[in-house]
Design a protein around this ligand. Structure first.
Ligand SMILES: [Zn+2]
Length: 190
């Protein structure tokens, strides 16, 4: 995160998410924001799907979410494999790598075993993803589909994961928008 070393960026961000002030000193947060040793992570055996999320926060980035997931949730690492910034903690549309692709994520109960998790920063029940976020998403999805031999049916919203009870990624990020971002809808209709 592009922030001065002295500003309590992470602890302030946690506070904004409802974590009691002082629960996690900035010093502790900064350590948690660094990707952990993932040599012994549980393996993601096969990639059969890509699950889309919103952060449900107005701001953030891989570092802040990693701090939240590790310290507040108690997970090993950031739950997502990718984070797409919205111009708050990182640039608008900037892609950050999260959990290594060979490691099983923690983003969608029931689908973690076979999917990659992509999170767009923002609350898409209130706002919308930016054009740059959607462009990055399209490029990323195109790349992942090619790499893992996935079809468009492998792209899903968190809310579409069987057994999920979430609105994630919010009403303003639809599957049609995601597919459109890769150009699949145009190809099929054209
Ligand atoms: Zn989600």
């Amino acid at each position: 995160m592009a922030a001065s070393r002295d500003k309590p960026v992470y602890s302030r961000w946690l506070e904004k998410q409802g974590v009691p002030r002082g629960a996690y000193p900035e010093e502790v947060c900064r350590k948690a924001a660094v990707p952990p040793d993932s040599r012994n992570c549980p393996a993601l055996e096969a990639v059969k799907a890509v699950v889309l999320h919103h952060s449900a926060t107005e701001s953030g980035g891989a570092g802040a979410f990693r701090v939240f997931h590790r310290l507040v949730r108690g997970w090993d690492d950031l739950g997502y494999h990718f984070v797409i910034g919205n111009g708050t903690h990182t640039g608008d549309g900037v892609l950050e790598e999260g959990r290594p692709l060979r490691c099983r994520g923690a983003h969608a109960r029931g689908a973690n075993e076979f999917s990659l998790g992509v999170c767009l920063v923002g609350d898409f029940n209130k706002g919308k993803p930016t054009l740059r976020q959607m462009n990055t998403l399209g490029l990323l999805l195109g790349r992942l589909m090619k790499e893992y031999g996935l079809s468009e049916s492998a792209i899903m919203l968190h809310s579409q994961v069987m057994g999920s009870k979430t609105e994630c990624p919010g009403r303003n990020l639809t599957l049609a928008m995601a597919l459109q971002s890769i150009g699949l809808l145009e190809e099929r209709e054209g």
